[in-house]
Design a protein around this ligand. Structure first.
Ligand SMILES: C[S@@+](CC[C@H](N)C(=O)[O-])C[C@H]1O[C@@H](n2cnc3c(N)ncnc32)[C@H](O)[C@@H]1O
Length: 274
């Protein structure tokens, strides 16, 4: 790799970190360079230095570049360790705190895309309700929201290919999905726990008093100003001391950060201050 290419990669990394709070230091240099070249070919830039100028000055091109990194994908149990941490450190204590209060545990999957994250959360919640012996006395629900109507329609349908469910542990696949014609359809047990909304995270939140908000790999699409607005909207939708989980590469930026305590840096889990 040439010196100028290494510098271009470093420059775009810093730009994404500064402008979107997106940390791509874990991505290989070859991969980032390939994505840069892809955008040089498809944008109005003539060469790499020209493209760097463009991406640094344009919100739109920054979003296109993130798209070229193919981060706009989703999966069941995406970053499996993160959901393990969420189950143990957040879902379990939240359930325990509701025992004897006739309480409801409410989780919001904000930017749930085609539903994989939403159903992952529903499975984690069910497992923890069972593990703590609270299946009967505590109600647990997961609300999935997304700006894209077609993504929500897909999520509501809840039918996935074998390839799409490959990260669902076999025993959970057996327990929560019905296999039909080589497709996997979400079964009634999970369906009873989930609901869907078509919503824009930039607008005033419709639902409030969530115990847990999971908003992963969504903030990266927003500019700094919009990032702050969304983080404060998520804050409003949480009950006091509620929890927020972001994606592995995301961080809270600027002043909204002051409204949360960092709880688990590796898994990007934060706790709302009172
Ligand atoms: C990369 S996907 C993330 C899916 C899932 N959270 C995950 O981590 O696997 C980003 C999702 O954010 C949604 N999104 C983008 N802007 C949004 C907005 N303003 N309000 C709500 N959802 C938005 C997109 O439609 C897309 O489905």
């Amino acid at each position: 790799m040439e010196d100028s290419e290494a510098k271009a990669i470093e420059s775009v990394r810093q730009h994404l970190k500064r402008s979107r709070g997106l940390d791509i230091s874990g991505y290989s240099s070859t991969f980032v360079l390939r994505s840069l070249r892809k955008r040089v070919g498809r944008s109005r830039a003539n060469d790499l230095p020209d493209y760097l100028r463009l991406v640094r000055s344009s919100e739109e091109e920054t979003t296109e570049f993130i798209g070229a990194l193919s981060i706009n994908v989703t999966d069941f149990f995406r970053d499996a360790g993160a959901f393990e941490a969420l189950s143990e450190k957040v879902i379990r204590p939240v359930i325990k705190s509701k025992v004897g209060t006739g309480g409801i545990v409410r989780i919001w999957s904000a930017g749930c895309a085609t539903g994989q994250e939403l159903y992952t959360l529903a499975m984690c919640l069910e497992q923890e309700l069972r593990r703590t012996g609270n299946m009967e006395n505590i109600i647990g629900t997961v609300t999935g929201g997304d700006l894209s109507k077609s993504a929500i329609a897909f999520a509501r349908k809840g039918v996935y290919t074998k390839e799409q469910v490959k990260n669902v542990p076999p025993q959970l696949l057996l327990e929560y999905f019905d296999e039909r014609d080589e497709k996997y359809e979400v079964g009634d047990r999970l369906r009873r726990r989930v609901r869907f909304v078509n919503e824009d995270l930039l607008s005033e939140p419709v639902s409030r008093f969530f115990d847990i908000v999971v908003c992963r790999n969504v903030l990266i699409y927003f500019s700094r100003t919009m990032h702050d607005q969304v983080v404060m909207n998520l804050h409003r939708s949480l009950r006091p001391n509620g929890y927020l989980m972001l994606g592995r590469t995301e961080s809270l930026l600027g002043s909204p950060r002051l409204h949360y305590d960092l709880m688990d840096a590796e898994n990007r889990i934060f706790k709302k201050k009172e």
